[in-house]
Design a protein around this ligand. Sequence first.
Ligand code: PAF
Length: 282
Amino acid sequence: MMTIHTIAELRSALREARMAGKRIGFVPTMGNLHEGHMQLIDLANSKSDIVVSSIFVNPLQFGLNEDLDSYPRTLREDQEKLSARGCDILFAPTNDEVYPHGQDAQTQVEVPLISDLYCGASRPGHFRGVATVVTKLFGMVQPDLAVFGEKDFQQLMVIRRMTEDLSLPVEIIGAPIARNEQGLALSSRNGYLSAEELATAVHLNASLRHVAARLQEGERDFSALQEQAQQTLEEVGFKRDYYVICRRDDLQPASAEDKQLVILAAARLGPARLIDNIQIDL
Ligand code: PAF
């Protein structure tokens, strides 16, 4: 696996492959890779000839009081994992390479409406930062397809909408959520949790599965289900953020007639803000 730090080198490394008509798959990440990321690489590998992954802790998507400085940077370990899993090129640019005129002077990409909901309401500007960096990374890598995890369901929707609205020639592929044996969604931020908090964290997914089961049984009082779920999570130690049963296609709150749903949840546990979701067809 080649590790490349500049856009010029990346373009030259990909030129031949592109001219030979090879399909380029892309997995953007912020590093501190875990098995969930590796499954994104597997999926990209199964659908393309060359796999490029990026590691860039994007300052534009972090709020002022968020964990930008403490976000784990583990390049050496990440390189080993990517190489062992069959990634061909790792693109690990510096801040200056991505934002040569500085962050404040950067042209930004805003996906309206959907970016203001849920995670966007808790983290103002977050999805603008994500949409901006993903657009830039697409311009740098020019992939045929890009793989994103469904754990960040709202992020995936924002990226799909952005790609469609800007007519970017990239196929967006969602990958199922990778979980540990207890059902906890794998996340770099799980590393912030103590052993005790990790044991508590599994309640988030258990709660989603419980609410999904109630919906399958015919319960349609969404507000009551959401409120009960948040109270139960608070009882075991979570601080509430949001918990919403919504329509899968536009993430608007669901009504009793809707059939394709996703339940999105975010809650704080100790030093971490955890998110998870479950899709249901009624
Ligand atoms: O999901 C992530 O790791 C990031 O939000 C992404 C898509 C790499 C953009 O920085």
